[in-house]
Design a protein around this ligand. Structure first.
Ligand SMILES: Cc1ncc(COP(=O)(O)O)c(C=O)c1O
Length: 322
């Protein structure tokens, strides 16, 4: 199995780096959606599974279980297909329709939770379901993106790529969910380039950096529990972005840069532009954003004008109730 995985590693990482048009800053984006299964989660899934095989926690008969309503599940499903392992993703109603269909095609079984947890999200319900499944499934392994250090270690390679591409960087903007990306990149970046500031971008309603309660409707970014692995991250600043600004950011990215990307990339674009304008000096700063995935799976949400209007109405109602 390790040999098969090592072959796959040629298709993960070394993602394209592009410069965007911007008057206030030298703005670059690392296109992580060019990874094998379409997102930066390939790095996390690869690292978690590779190390679990190496340490004997996964063998040919193991069933893999994971709590994910998106890219991590797709990444794990792809690797399990290659290794001929059974995979059970635990998903929730926020999942994109396309992902649900794809997971149904690629997985041994899909389990969908429907009850919201006490934070208004689904993460805690998903984790409880994963634990139950793990207990009743013989020879099962939980690909735990929130707690397994191999998640963030999977991003050390991304830092190497960044260091090899830039002599100097002022800011790296990273969207946060399980925190694998920001933990891995910040930990390894600070060892070699401590002057580069790491800026976390999170969505309103996520509990990672804030306790303001807002119902979340956008997938990929944010979490309803603080991921244990984030204690290893070194973060210089945090930007909390509203869900409506994420939508605006996605459309601006499309209109201004012809990049059709997912919600987190829109969040990063909006946040980075504002931040760099605010912190601009005589010398233009250089900033990098890590774009995790493409826009196709957000066509019926973020990129659907009617969905956006309904979201605005829902958020308006809930904020006027408070
Ligand atoms: C859509 C999306 N947003 C954000 C992230 C960052 O997530 P994490 O903090 O789990 O590394 C990812 C990672 O792949 C992602 O796919």
């Amino acid at each position: 199995m390790l040999k098969k995985l090592e072959k796959l590693s040629a298709l993960i990482g070394n993602t394209p780096l592009i410069e965007l048009k911007n008057n206030d800053t030298n703005l670059f984006a690392k296109l992580e959606y060019n990874n094998f299964s379409g997102s930066s989660k390939d790095r996390a899934a690869y690292s978690i599974i590779y190390n679990a095989i190496k340490s004997g926690h996964i063998n040919e008969d193991t069933t893999i279980i994971a709590s994910s309503s998106g890219n991590l599940a797709i990444a794990v499903a792809s690797i399990c297909k290659i290794l001929k392992l059974k995979f059970i993703p635990v998903i929730d109603p926020n999942i994109n329709k396309a992902y649900e269909s794809l997971l149904n095609l690629m997985s041994y079984k899909v389990v969908k939770v429907t009850e919201r947890d006490n934070t208004g999200g689904y993460l805690l319900t998903r984790i409880a379901t994963v634990n139950k499944l793990h207990a009743v499934t013989k020879n099962s392994f939980v690909a735990d993106q929130y707690g397994d250090p191999n998640n963030y270690k999977g991003y050390y390679g991304l830092t190497e790529e960044v260091i090899n591409s830039f002599d100097h960087l002022d800011y790296i903007f990273i969207a946060v969910s399980s925190s694998g990306g920001i933990t891995g990149i910040s930990k390894s970046m600070k060892e070699k380039r401590p002057e580069t500031k790491i800026i976390a971008v999170d969505v309103e309603g996520s509990v990672i950096f804030s306790d303001v309660q807002v119902k979340r409707y956008i997938s990929g970014i944010g979490a309803s529990q603080v991921p244990p692995i984030i204690e290893n991250a070194i973060i210089d600043d945090v930007i909390i972005i509203s869900q409506l600004d994420i939508i605006k950011g996605c459309f601006e990215l499309l209109d201004e840069q012809a990049i059709f990307a997912g919600a987190s990339s829109g969040a990063l674009y909006k946040a980075a532009k504002n931040y760099c304008k605010k912190h601009s000096s005589v010398l233009k700063s250089s900033s990098l954003m890590i774009f995790p995935d493409k826009g196709h799976t957000y066509l019926d949400t973020i990129y659907d004008k009617e969905w956006g209007e309904q979201l605005a109405a829902k958020l308006q109602t809930s904020s006027s109730i408070k």
